[in-house]
Design a protein around this ligand. Structure first.
Ligand code: ACO
Length: 329
């Protein structure tokens, strides 16, 4: 059985905010942000919502795949910034796309979310329960930022990316034929979860004396950095080993777009030319669960992915969570 990604799409808010723009409203500079992160600008939502961007990215992925919404069996949205606690963002996407046959639910695995959702979709497909899945990573992170905390708010952006994954029954698993998913691994370390956190709503029932304090993303940047540069190369080497594919065979390493320094360090630890690590963080910032599918869609639209290319995808972030995959396009 071959499970192939047959279409991608993405959606970014219209409003672009540059580092220069931020330096006019807080004590920061293009020099500080660019040199430490590689980020030059990000898209921030005004009218757009997590659901509206998800629907647009989903529509584009369906168009790219050449299939109709009624053909989707499963919709999974990875997000930590859904517009509602209920209904889920995925249920909103189902309605927005008119995907009447699909079952829809969300996954929360922060910046690894798209990879966790992809793995979940693959498991459903592999078991034979469903044939076609729409997997989306979408975030409106700007609404959970403390805009008076320059150490976090300059890092993040808003957007959505989507991929259609399908069981291609008629295709054979011969080498060079694009064998789809070759290997996958995911992991979590809840013991260290609070190094990157955003507290939920407090209980304010009448029996409890609780003052209302809205909570926002807070992060120990250096601990997150150490986690990422140790965990990601090790995870990538494990999936390569499982897929029986060497580092040299990989055309592109599509990593979660947190920080250019993390990407450079992973490239160095794997002894791979950094040119093999495409980047979207310069114009998108860190879009958490949306960063991997947005980058993948950009690569697909530019014609960078050809049948038979082997690529690695890897997500890492809040939870703490991580996940990597090797796929043959
Ligand atoms: N503009 C100007 N100065 C700033 C800003 C800013 N936006 N933010 C912080 N500073 C100042 C601090 O106040 C501090 O000043 P001080 O020395 O006078 O106290 C100084 O810059 C250094 O602050 P640090 O927090 O130590 O900065 P650091 O060099 O660690 O860089 C960064 C921060 C870029 C976040 C770094 O820790 C990092 O790369 N972390 C990796 C984690 C990451 O990228 N997280 C993103 C999201 S998580 C994820 O997606 C997995």
């Amino acid at each position: 059985m071959i499970m192939r990604m047959i279409g991608t799409g993405s959606s970014l808010p219209q409003q672009i905010v540059t580092n220069e723009d931020l330096s006019k409203i807080m004590d920061t500079s293009d020099e500080w942000i660019s040199s430490r992160t590689g980020i030059k600008e990000r898209h921030l939502a005004k009218e757009e919502t997590t659901a509206s961007m998800s629907v647009e990215a989903g529509e584009r992925a369906l168009r790219n795949a050449g299939i109709k919404a009624e053909e989707i069996d499963l919709i999974i949205v990875a997000t930590i910034t859904g517009d509602y606690i209920t209904p889920s963002a995925a249920c909103e996407v189902q309605a927005g796309l008119g995907a009447g046959r699909a079952v829809a639910f969300d996954i929360n695995a922060a910046c690894s979310g798209f990879m966790f959702a992809l793995h979940t979709a693959y498991a459903y497909l592999q078991s034979g329960i469903y044939k076609t899945a729409l997997v989306i990573g979408a975030e409106t992170l700007s609404k959970i930022m403390d805009w008076s905390d320059r150490s976090t708010c300059v890092l993040f952006g808003d957007g959505a990316g989507a991929a259609v994954v399908r069981v291609c029954e008629k295709e054979t698993k011969e080498k060079g034929n694009g064998r789809g998913l070759l290997a996958f691994e995911q992991g979590t370390d809840g013991f260290r979860g609070k190094v990157l956190a955003c507290e939920g709503r407090k209980n304010r029932n009448p029996l409890i004396q609780n003052s209302f304090v809205p909570s926002y993303v807070n992060m120990d940047g250096q601990e997150v950095y150490k986690f990422a540069v140790c965990t990601v190369p090790a995870s990538i080497l494990r999936v390569l080993d499982e897929a029986d594919v060497s580092v040299e065979d990989i055309k592109y390493f599509v990593l979660h777009q947190a920080n250019i320094r993390i990407i450079q360090s992973v490239a160095k630890r794997l002894n791979v030319d950094v040119e093999k690590f495409p980047v979207s963080l310069d114009h998108c910032g860190n879009v958490s669960a949306a960063s991997v599918p947005i980058l993948l869609d950009e690569m697909n639209q530019k014609g960078m992915l050809a049948r038979g290319d082997k690529i690695v995808m890897s997500g890492f972030g809040g939870g703490l969570t991580w996940a990597s995959a090797v796929i043959e396009w």
